[in-house]
Design a protein around this ligand. Structure first.
Ligand code: UDP
Ligand code: MG
Length: 320
């Protein structure tokens, strides 16, 4: 049962790349020793012609399936939706902008057929990002891995193959705020994992959908998702400030009662009050982040609204 693969491609406003990606994917997939394969294009509520282009491809190629999200739900949810509809014995995830070259799928499938259950990729070079971006990303992973018990390796993008057995595990996670690679790290076995090095080229067309603000939000969300250590660190912060104010208090007592110097009041008091106030606000903010996440997750809202289309349009399943 290692001859049926699904490829899940999440696309948001990637109309300019879709045809080229399909061409390259087709070339690679046809050469593989597989009985069946499907190419699931997840249109993440694009406002350009991504959906129309996917439909045109589907008219020509029965391997193409479309998951059409009714609005933009974000990359992580788009991958989840694609995974939910995938039927293959293994699922390969990739981006639509050709930064995940289809060429590497050959090796992924080969290792899987030889017995690996998860084949990851490691981006040894990213031709699309600046040194500053790479530095920020590396620092984020260091902080995340310091705070979290689930270790998430850096430079391993969402371009990967996952065996059906692990897909079923991943489908059990139902949190809204999700970092797919983190969930996979949580489920990662100690063996049967292979890593393929690759060089990520520039995007084929268009610009990155992750600006600095979105990347920062994803980074902060990921920390809250995978770690409660910031709450513990708040306690340490409180203890440190208590210690500092204790020393200050002692200094004031010695100055006033032993050395008999007039205590310099106003400036010291203001500084101390502002300092303690800021620490309290930081700690409240951290607690608020966690409470906010609980508030959103307990509602158990659906993850997405999707329409699933196969070429046999009459039998199409419609989930809304
Ligand atoms: N993407 C998506 N939904 C979004 C944002 C991005 O499906 O809301 C897709 C996007 O079309 C691409 C992949 O996720 O195929 C990665 O996005 P992008 O290339 O912009 O990120 P980068 O490679 O710059 O980190
Ligand atoms: Mg990209």
């Amino acid at each position: 049962m290692k001859d049926n693969v699904s490829v899940v491609i999440s696309a948001y406003n990637e109309g300019e790349s879709i045809n080229e990606l399909h061409k390259e994917l087709n070339k690679v997939m046809k050469e593989l020793p597989l009985k069946e394969y499907e190419l699931i294009f997840v249109d993440d509520g694009s406002s350009d012609d991504t959906y129309a282009k996917c439909q045109k491809l589907q008219a020509k190629d029965s391997h193409v399936k479309i998951v059409h999200l009714k609005r933009n739900f974000g990359h992580e949810i788009a991958m989840t939706a694609g995974m939910d509809y995938a039927k293959g014995d293994a699922v390969i995830f990739m981006d639509a902008d050709l930064q995940h070259p289809p060429f590497y799928i050959k090796d992924m499938v080969k290792y899987w057929q030889e017995g690996c259950e998860i084949v990851l990729t490691k981006r040894v070079e990213n031709r699309a990002t600046s040194k500053f971006y790479d530095f920020c990303a590396a620092s984020f992973y260091k902080i995340l891995n310091f705070l979290s018990d689930t270790k998430i390796p850096a430079k391993t993008p969402d371009f990967r193959l996952i065996d059906r057995s692990y897909i079923e595990v991943l489908k059990k996670f139902n949190e809204h705020d999700r970092l797919f690679r983190g969930l996979l790290s949580w489920a990662m076995p100690n063996d049967k994992v292979k890593v393929i090095d690759f060089v990520a080229p520039e995007r084929f067309a268009g610009t990155s959908k992750y600006n600095f603000r979105k990347s920062l939000a994803l980074a902060l969300n990921s920390i809250v998702q995978f770690s409660t250590k910031p709450l513990r660190l708040s306690i340490y912060l409180g203890l440190i400030t208590a210690f500092i104010s204790g020393i200050l208090g002692l200094y004031v007592i010695i100055e006033h009662f032993i050395l008999r110097h007039p205590t310099p009041g106003y400036a010291t008091i203001m500084t101390t009050v502002i300092f303690i106030g800021s620490v309290q606000l930081i700690v409240l903010g951290i607690i608020g982040e966690y409470i906010g996440k609980i508030h959103m997750e307990v509602k158990k809202r659906p993850l997405y609204i999707a329409e699933y289309k196969t070429k046999e349009i009459k039998n199409a399943k419609k989930d809304i």
